[in-house]
Design a protein around this ligand. Sequence first.
Ligand SMILES: Nc1nc2c(ncn2[C@@H]2O[C@H](COP(=O)(O)OP(=O)(O)OP(=O)(O)O)[C@@H](O)[C@H]2O)c(=O)[nH]1
Ligand SMILES: [Mg+2]
Length: 224
Amino acid sequence: MESSLELTTSLPGTYPPLLRSRIFKIIVIGDSGVGKTCLTYRFCAGKFPDKTEATIGVDFREKVIEINGEKIKVQLWDTAGQERFRKSMVQHYYRNVHAVVFVYDVTNAASFRSLPAWIEECRQHSLGQEVPRILVGNKCDLQHALQVGTELAQKFADSHSMPLFETSAKNPDDNDHVEAIFMTVAHKLKSQKPLMLSQPPGGGGAPPLGKSEEEEEGGWSCNC
Ligand SMILES: Nc1nc2c(ncn2[C@@H]2O[C@H](COP(=O)(O)OP(=O)(O)OP(=O)(O)O)[C@@H](O)[C@H]2O)c(=O)[nH]1
Ligand SMILES: [Mg+2]
């Protein structure tokens, strides 16, 4: 994938040209009820939502972060875990995706056992090995109900070359941790493809890593 960034001059003679920020599209995948909506909300709004309902299709959440002086828009696609709410959307989830976050619920072994199926779905949508993936075990505040231990999860993560994060979208003390998860992905994406200030001759070919804001227009709107 080529990395690109649009340089535009909004007014004739404007100098320096306006730099449009890159957008990293990160999809959050996993069984219904594992806490995808809560995790993405926690990262973007900084708090645990008062109440959630099953996601239908997809919800978008965005946060602008700064890494080494570059402003980057992290666009989280909070996908639906329920098959009936996702089937018409699946192809859109995977289109030009930059990274995948797999979520399971540490108090629900079935959600952990579903992970191979979610990985297989990625494979079926031709996600290349260069697309970073990370594994998140959520609801660690419910230790008394733990069904998936760290050792088992770490083994699974290692076998798929993914970093593992165990966290809680709910625990107020875990704010830094939730933040670290998505920041880790963004750092990885940024280091994978350093910023290029011009389009390669002929426009490249492969989709750019990080759409410009202009390209984003016309997409779905955020309903968070
Ligand atoms: N105790 C605890 N509950 C959580 C946590 N994260 C989410 N929940 C609860 O788990 C339930 C499901 O959370 P959601 O974020 O809606 O789950 P989801 O993965 O988005 O589900 P779908 O949209 O159906 O795919 C809600 O009742 C949340 O309050 C957590 O870290 N700890
Ligand atoms: Mg949801």
